[in-house]
Design a protein around this ligand. Structure first.
Ligand SMILES: CC(C)(COP(=O)(O)OP(=O)(O)OC[C@H]1O[C@@H](n2cnc3c(N)ncnc32)[C@H](O)[C@@H]1OP(=O)(O)O)[C@@H](O)C(=O)NCCC(=O)NCCS
Length: 248
């Protein structure tokens, strides 16, 4: 890669994603100075076996987005980041929500495998949905095994029917994964799980964040109703071999 390309375009291998996609996966990060020429130079350095390159850029970065599209990157999702300021007084967890415990993995994995439909792996029609199913299942299990700082589950008649798996960085708690079993959605369980996270982190974190796809109407409705406000929007792109774009 040329020095100029290196300054403005970085490619990082994503071994976790590669396991499911079945070949090398990279994430591209760029500075504002990246242009189509530099992006093409970076792509040209990749091994021929590469399967997928993703890039996530602010929705308002129009020059950068045009450069990515000129190189064949396809816009897959619009990601909205929501934030809510947390009250300082912790409250008890809502009824029907408790911390996850050993033995919850099987139920949570099944929900993870079947509930997510709006994420970029499921939203990219060129990818087999089984890739997104397996990736989400493994992600849930990783969170339960310690990646998440706090794991909360919703329980109905002793059955785990949903989870809220959160990360904590400094004073910011973030919902990493939240889902409700497909047959149980739309009955307030997701709201209870979200509220449970707020109560859990009150007094420990200043802010509570969540990201969701603009097309995910249920979660957009849920965060807005629970007092979150949208603070950022980004677009995620995918590039696969054969995506050549224009010759600009
Ligand atoms: C997002 C999710 C966790 C919400 O859980 P839930 O138990 O269904 O949530 P609730 O019942 O508390 O609230 C859902 C809200 O979405 C609304 N909703 C449901 N389906 C909808 C639809 N098709 N269009 C618009 N709004 C919809 C409901 O009306 C409700 O809003 P309201 O109370 O203001 O009316 C759940 O839908 C889910 O598991 N989705 C799949 C996983 C996922 O996408 N997770 C989010 C990733 S960021």
């Amino acid at each position: 890669m040329s020095a100029a390309a290196l300054d403005t375009v970085r490619l990082d291998a994503q071994p976790f994603d590669a396991r499911f996609v079945g070949g090398p996966v990279f994430r591209m990060t760029t500075t504002d100075a990246a242009d189509a020429g530099r992006i093409r130079s970076a792509l040209a350095t990749l091994d021929k076996a590469v399967k997928l390159v993703s890039a996530r850029v602010p929705a308002g970065a129009s020059a950068l987005r045009a450069a990515l599209e000129a190189c064949g990157f396809v816009a897959i999702e619009r990601l909205v980041t929501f934030e809510r300021t947390l009250e300082s007084l912790p409250g008890a967890l809502p009824e029907g929500v408790r911390p996850a415990r050993p033995g919850d993995e099987t139920a949570c994995a099944a929900i993870g495998r079947t509930a997510f439909r709006f994420d970029r792996y499921h939203a990219d029609a060129r990818l087999d949905p089984a890739i997104g199913d397996a990736l989400k299942e493994a992600w849930v299990l990783n969170d339960l095994a310690g990646r998440a700082e706090t794991c909360l589950v919703a329980v109905e008649a002793d059955e785990v029917v949903g989870f809220n798996l959160c990360l904590l960085a400094g004073e910011v708690a973030t919902i990493d994964l939240i889902a409700v079993a497909t047959g149980r959605q739309g009955r307030g369980i997701g709201s209870r799980l979200t509220e449970a996270g707020a109560r859990h982190y009150a007094g420990r974190a200043r802010a509570y964040r969540a990201g969701t796809q603009a097309t995910n109407a249920p979660s957009m409705a849920l965060y807005r109703r629970l007092g979150f406000r949208a603070v950022a929007e980004a677009v995620t792109y995918h590039w696969m071999p054969g995506d050549t774009g224009s010759n600009r």
